[in-house]
Write a protein that binds this ligand. Structure first.
Ligand code: MRU
Length: 358
């Protein structure tokens, strides 16, 4: 996608071939910074601290993390160590496990000396495939939005939660791919962007990338969505996912479930845009089986932003002595989900398996 007219991905091999570079998302929207990751520890830190985040990008970063680990130690023990270190960073997005396992499968049979170049190639393939999957999701979502636009003839209002745009993937995004495709096709639309406390991925990242692309959008407080739906101001909700079960339960950023409940009550269609590496075929009951990341309570207490004079600052919004808790994801049961937009098409949650018989 474009930043000030130039094409970017979120992650790439450095020009000197020795490291990986990423857009540091902890600095957005006020500062655009690129970080160089040179070691396994750099990659693990980037994922944990959310310099890179979003399920597909976490997977891509983990794949490159395996390469950086191999540069330090390419024998079997080194591979295992890298896999363990990366798997321990964030527990919910299944793309991380998927990417690490794929790297292990390709690398383990090779002699240690032959591993590094193959690892670079495999990580690059994971990235290229992610772009292709998201482009395909965009195409299927475009058909959905076109159909709705033809029916209503009015500009579409789409609500999204968190950031499932190109910043959350290698390129295009999942939930935002249909929006970019529809906007580029001339369908008039406007996006309601949930701010997404505590880390504000909506306000800081989704609003920023929609703005870069010129897509009309409005940031709303997380609690505003239900009210807007009651008043007919939302035509569709599209979110991303960190893990989807075989029967279509959708785990995504905390607060998604409340949006799905409000959408259900107001007959607003609720879609999750999901590339297949985000589906965990081994899990049926999302609420009980998906591990939910508990992040540092300081993320709830402290908000970061910019002062009027442009200086960065962090402010504490809690009274001294108040405890805070920070579950980072929730699970929307399949019964509240209208459809899942995958690279193969749009499936009702219970029909996901039929769409992926393999
Ligand atoms: O904690 P984050 O910012 O990594 O959470 C991201 C989300 O919840 C996204 O909606 C999800 O990963 C889908 S990304 C295409």
């Amino acid at each position: 996608m474009k930043i000030r007219g130039d094409l970017w991905r979120t992650i790439w091999r450095s020009a000197d071939g020795l490291a990986v570079e990423v857009i540091d998302q902890t600095c957005l929207p006020h500062t655009f910074a690129v970080r160089r990751l040179q070691t396994l520890a750099d990659a693990a830190y980037a994922i944990k601290a959310m310099q890179v985040r979003g399920a597909p990008l976490i997977g891509a970063a983990a794949a490159y993390g395996m390469v950086l680990g191999l540069r330090e130690r390419s024998d079997d023990a080194g591979l295992e160590e890298a896999a363990q270190a990366l798997m321990a960073t964030r527990p919910t997005a299944v793309n991380l496990r998927w990417a690490v396992q794929r790297m292990l499968q390709v690398l383990q049979p090779l002699p240690a000396a032959a591993r590094i170049e193959t690892a670079w190639r495999e990580a690059a393939s994971i990235c290229d495939e992610d772009v292709a999957l998201n482009q395909a999701i965009g195409g299927h979502g475009l058909a959905l939005l076109s159909e709705l636009y033809l029916k209503t003839g009015a500009p579409l209002n789409v609500l999204t939660h968190c950031n499932a745009g190109w910043l959350a993937t290698v390129d295009w995004g999942t939930a935002l791919a249909p929006i970019y495709r529809a906007f580029d096709a001339g369908i008039p639309l406007h996006v309601w962007v949930d701010e997404t406390r505590p880390r504000n991925q909506g306000a800081s990242l989704t609003a920023w990338e929609l703005g870069q692309h010129g897509v009309p959008h409005t940031v709303i407080a997380d609690n505003a969505g239900g009210h807007l739906m009651q008043h007919g101001e939302v035509d569709m909700v599209i979110v991303g996912a960190d893990r989807v079960t075989a029967v279509g339960d959708v785990c995504n950023k905390i607060g998604t479930y409340l949006k799905a409940l409000a959408a259900f009550d107001n007959r607003v269609p609720f879609y999750a845009a999901v590339p297949s590496p985000t589906i965990d075929w081994g899990i049926i009951d999302g609420v009980r089986e998906i591990p939910i990341e508990e992040r540092d309570a300081n993320e709830v207490a402290w908000v970061q932003g910019r002062m009027e004079n442009g200086d960065a600052c962090r402010v504490n919004v809690l009274p001294a002595g108040s405890a805070a808790a920070n579950p980072a994801f929730d699970v929307t049961p399949a019964r509240l989900v209208t459809g899942i937009i995958t690279e193969r098409g749009i499936a009702a949650p219970h029909a996901l398996r039929t769409m992926f018989p393999d």
